[in-house]
Design a binder for this molecule. Structure first.
Ligand SMILES: [Zn+2]
Ligand SMILES: [Zn+2]
Length: 162
């Protein structure tokens, strides 16, 4: 059982859990038990935030897992991401941390969640138009769950111990 911690604002955590269960990934979505909003406000880099969050979770005696964060598009975290990943338009991931800043797009939420399982971006390289791991995924461009998981993504998920 893998735990994914999420902050206030993450869209429909129960729906993420349901979608993962549908493909046999027994994952629990839990509200993050540390003061993540302050950490997001004061961090100097996205990479440092990733490391610090895992440290804080460890100190709090929490099992390690993925961390999924939602923030406002104007949040300073977004400008910090732009420094290391200028191509990141709607979300980004480093280590066990993924963040996104476009509200009301559950397809994007699932794209970022997949990064927490070690899945890479396809950005068209897999040749599947409906791929979840495309650049700027939208409900119109991505195939329904779980058909949106391309062969490349499935292969990467096979190596995941959950
Ligand atoms: Zn991505
Ligand atoms: Zn793909």
């Amino acid at each position: 059982m893998k735990k994914i911690y999420y902050n206030d604002g993450v869209l429909e955590p129960d729906r993420i859990e349901d979608k993962l269960h549908r493909i046999g990934m027994e994952t629990e979505l839990v509200p993050i038990p540390i003061d993540i909003e302050t950490m997001m406000d004061v961090t100097d880099s996205f990479c440092a935030l990733s490391a610090d969050v895992l440290d804080e979770l460890r100190l709090a005696g929490q099992p390690l897992g993925g961390v999924l964060l939602s923030c406002d598009p104007n949040h300073r975290l977004v400008s910090l991401v732009a420094k290391i990943a200028p191509h990141a338009a709607w979300g980004a991931s480093v280590g066990m941390l993924a963040a996104y800043w476009i509200p009301d797009n559950h397809v994007l939420v699932m794209h970022e969640t997949m990064h927490l399982f070690g899945v890479d971006d396809c950005y068209g390289s897999c040749g599947f138009d409906g791929c979840l791991m495309q650049y700027v995924p939208t409900p119109n461009s991505v195939a329904p769950w779980p058909e949106c998981l391309c062969a490349r993504t499935k292969k990467q998920l096979k190596g995941v111990r959950i």
